[in-house]
Design a protein. Structure first.
Ligand SMILES: Nc1ncnc2c1ncn2[C@@H]1O[C@H](COP(=O)(O)OP(=O)(O)O)[C@@H](O)[C@H]1O
Ligand SMILES: [Mg+2]
Lengths: 272, 367
């Protein structure tokens, strides 16, 4: 299935299209440390693509390359069929790639609503003068942005904390707010770095459900990093496995599970 | 009412007016510090530079005239037409004249004049707009040639860079516009506000002496602060600015260019500096001591906190009123110029009990 690139429909009825993003022979070094060694893989429209691997394998680095936070020494990034120039993170975001962080990066001093609202910045077109004069569709735009934000807040079931300053929220809810902010951008590609790390079982189940629903209802393509094999196998359409900066497996969950290199990597290291 | 109390009230009111200006200068600091973690020592020099530029443009001075003359052996100094003369003086619409009238007509007259001023002084408005562009260009240059190269450096290094910037800017200002003391006449009213005097005379039997310039300065500052607050709360760029002030990484991930926001915030700080420079320069002339107003902002920041806009405003007012009142009450007893040190001592005492400032969050050390 993964080699044909014909559009197809998954067992649960979701549409998977052509290649949205492709990483070609990416190598990333930090001084002497090679965080990513010559890795290639692609992400197809509409799919949930997982990147897994033990701690320090280079998963976050890969996500940072995609989102423009890190710049690889070698290799190419292709997006929507075009080779991407080296880009700043804000430029990548403006292209329709939203993300969350392993260590949560929220605006701690702002309310939940304000945080999610900043996710709409790339959609705010009116200039300052128009906003002041409330002309040229500025009002319509503001209303549309608010509606979208409220919809996402409802969707992720965080209405009850809309006005709460984010700094006061517990960890699990912060992760959810961060997801809400990323979703507010209506991204083409959503990158999630360990969305379930540090959560209890119930929170993990909620988050898994949200990820599936986002993909299903909004048709958003999702690339996510996860530590926990079990969760990943349930969620994703295809999986990339990394170990020590190298790709050691790539395929459907079943294919990956039976891959000897992957089994070795996961048995050979203690995963917390 | 006892005389002593009325004197005290008059002194406090005067202090309030001075405090507004302190608040304005402190505001410039807070904006840059919040958005980029840079403590901008050059804020005072920026006020000087802005005022110098405004005067230079209004007088039709040729920038860098000395330099040009030295290199090319020319003798240029001014353009043919100073900008204030470019316009026909006949366009002047009469100001509302409400002196000596009751306080309602006095207030209405004040508001009316506030809106008529730009029409009467269209030439000055033009010069102001020009100066704003120069300040924006300065903001861009500061970001492009200095701070872009210092991203992720220690705060102390950024601070040192602003000290360098302060002296550089002072030198450039002098090179561009000359070193002589200049008077800045932007048509702001002068003298004692007779309206206030007559109204308070009617109320208390004692007329308060307030300078008209101080009142106008307070109104301008209030308008500026309101505009800035609305901007940061409701505009796209204001939202982005608050985001950058809160978390750089998160701001990047929602598509905000840090570079753009930093240029924006330096431009706003430049604009605030221009307003402070104009008001201060109008009362005491444009000279290099103007850059020392930065020193007045320091105790305000210690009081109000380095990251709080309301803190800067309230801190400025407290220091303004406090220093005038303290001088009024204590000068007869201890003598000397208490205004020189009072603000710092007040700030120091405050620091000891509330190091995070008036509005800062309490800092709790996690161990
Ligand atoms: N900004 C950085 N500077 C230096 N080394 C880094 C940086 N980011 C990641 N690394 C290194 O790259 C390797 C991979 O890290 P990371 O991508 O965070 O792994 P993972 O997310 O799979 O746990 C590690 O050895 C880490 O120390
Ligand atoms: Mg990681």
């Amino acid at each position: 299935m993964k080699d044909t690139y014909e559009p197809y429909v998954t067992e649960d009825g979701r549409q998977i299209g052509g290649v949205l993003m492709e990483m070609k022979n990416i190598t990333l070094r930090f001084g002497g440390v090679v965080a990513i060694k010559d890795i290639s893989f692609d992400i197809r429209e509409g799919e949930i693509r997982a990147i897994i691997g033990p701690n320090g394998a280079g998963k976050s680095s890969m996500l940072n390359v995609i989102s423009g936070f890190y710049h690889p020494q070698e290799g190419e990034v292709w997006f929507k069929g075009e080779k991407r120039k080296p880009m700043k993170p804000y430029q990548v975001a403006q292209q329709g790639v939203a993300r969350t962080f392993q260590n949560i990066a929220l605006f701690e001093g702002m309310s939940v609503l304000d945080n999610v609202m900043t996710g709409r910045l790339t959609h705010m077109k009116s200039n300052l003068l128009q906003q002041v004069m409330w002309w040229g569709g500025a009002e319509k735009e503001e209303t549309a942005n608010r509606e979208r934000v409220e919809k996402i807040i409802d969707f992720l079931e965080i209405q009850h904390i809309r006005k709460t300053p984010v700094g006061r929220l517990p960890y699990g809810l912060k992760k959810r707010v961060e997801l809400a902010r990323a979703l507010a951008a209506e991204p083409m590609l959503l990158l999630l770095d360990e969305p379930m790390a540090g959560m209890n079982v119930e929170e993990k189940e909620d988050m898994s459900r949200f990820i599936l629903d986002v993909n299903d209802e909004f048709g958003t393509t999702i690339a996510l990093i996860e530590h926990d094999m079990g969760v990943v196998m349930d969620l994703s359409d295809r999986v990339v496995v990394m170990d020590y900066g190298k790709k050691i497996g790539d395929g459907t969950p079943d294919e990956v599970r039976s891959n000897q290199d992957v089994i070795d990597a996961y048995l050979g290291v203690s995963h917390d | 009412m006892p005389d002593q109390l009325l004197f005290g009230m008059e002194v406090a009111l005067n202090g309030l007016m001075a405090g507004v200006l302190y608040a304005l200068v402190a505001l410039g600091f807070v904006l840059i510090y919040k958005a980029s973690g840079i403590f901008n020592y050059a804020q005072g020099v920026m006020a000087l530079f802005a005022a110098l530029t405004l005067v230079g443009i209004m007088e039709g001075q040729v920038p860098f005239a000395h330099l040009i003359n030295a290199i090319f052996g020319t003798k240029i100094h001014h353009l043919g037409t100073p900008i204030p003369e470019m316009l026909d003086p006949d366009v002047t619409i009469a100001y509302f004249n409400t002196e000596g009238a009751g306080w309602i007509s006095w207030l209405l007259g004040g508001i009316g004049n506030f809106f008529i001023w730009p029409i009467n002084n269209f030439d000055i408005v033009l010069a102001l707009i020009f100066t704003v562009f120069v300040m924006i260009a300065l903001a861009w240059a500061v970001q492009r040639f200095i701070f872009r190269h210092l991203v992720n450096q220690e705060p102390i290094i950024l601070f040192m860079a602003t000290i360098g910037l302060a002296y550089l800017l002072e030198g450039v200002g002098e090179l561009m516009w000359g070193a002589e003391v200049k008077t800045l006449n932007v048509g702001l009213p002068r003298g004692i506000a007779e309206g206030v005097e007559s109204v308070t005379e009617g109320w208390f039997g004692y007329g308060f002496f307030l300078s008209r310039l101080d009142i106008v300065a307070a109104v301008i500052a209030a308008v500026l602060v309101t505009a800035l607050t609305l901007f940061s709360q409701y505009s796209k760029q204001g939202r982005a600015l608050r985001a950058v002030a809160d978390d750089h990484q998160a701001a990047l991930s929602v598509g905000i260019s840090l570079n753009f926001i930093w240029i924006l915030v330096w431009s706003i700080a430049g604009f605030v500096a221009l307003v402070a420079g104009v008001v201060w320069g109008a009362s005491s002339g444009v000279q290099f001591s103007l850059s020392l107003i930065a020193l007045k902002a320091l105790p305000v920041l210690m009081l109000g906190g380095f990251t709080s806009i309301p803190g800067a405003i309230v801190g400025g007012l407290i220091i303004g009123v406090g220093e005038k009142l303290f001088d009024f009450l204590m000068n007869p007893i201890i003598g000397g110029a208490t205004e020189n040190w009072f603000a710092y001592v007040l700030a120091l005492i405050f620091l000891i009990f509330r190091p995070q400032g008036l509005f800062g969050e309490k800092i709790i050390e996690r161990v």
